[in-house]
Ligand binder design. Sequence first.
Ligand code: CP
Ligand code: NVA
Length: 308
Amino acid sequence: MSVASLKGRDLLSMADLSVDEVREILELAIALKAGKIKPRCDKILGLLFTKASTRTRVSFSAAMYQLGGQVIDLNVNVTQVSRGEPVVDTARVLDRYLDVLAIRTFEQQELETFASYAKIPVINALTDLEHPCQVLADLQTVKEEFGQLEELTLTYIGDGNNMANSLLLGCALTGMNVRIAAPTGYEPTEAIVAKAKEVAGDRSQVLITSDPEIAAKDAQVLYTDVWASMGQESEAQERMKIFQPYQINESILNVADPKAIVLHCLPAHRGEEITDAVIEGSQSRVWDEAENRLHAQKALLVSVLGAE
Ligand code: CP
Ligand code: NVA
């Protein structure tokens, strides 16, 4: 009971997954959540995180414990990583102890170097470029709400950051229309937009605009994320001014489909990218979305480990 083609594989980008693999991971996550299957494994997951995390750290850990496995939290401050041991050395050593490794860091290149030196599956637990694990949970949440993904429109309003990049790819892979509204100069990564367009082909639309109203019109999902990501703290004040028109509030929600749901990867800054009324309102699904991190990542772990 796993996505067989993923056994032993890395997940460094949403683009590492095929259309069928994303569909199968989501089906597996939904079956795991319903308790229809109870795969077991006795493997060890390492968590090597250079940035703060609540959801990713705890949901990966809980998933592994529920499967019967173990977790080692490799806090970088108490390992030799913080003293500058080269990534290529750390990767080859951890490879000998662990069965799977989730990494949260700044540069995608560092993750890729790690993965190329470690034979075990390496999972992107967030980089500056992408956050694929979050997007698996997001897609699961949308599928649970609407029963399908094809023909729906997801609109992301805010910074063209790691979330915007992975959502572009995730929506394209699942046949959803995806629209990003970002201020000029803060658009998502060009190469990822091009890849999303290639993946979407004739099946769905990819739109990048600076106009939140055009993007939100009749959309079934409104999504946002912080205006200053981890590592961009020094730009926060400047960004606060630039991003004011990119808030998810009741007025932009009124432009969307009346059945629209609101998602946010969390942590949220109420009064900045989202209002308190919207995040606490009846159209918000952020707590189900956060829960789904557990199920989606369990589906991923089961698959890369080949657990039965
Ligand atoms: N959404 C998310 O990845 O949350 P954490 O930073 O708390 O892991
Ligand atoms: N874009 C945010 C996501 C946090 C889950 C960041 O990288 O800080």
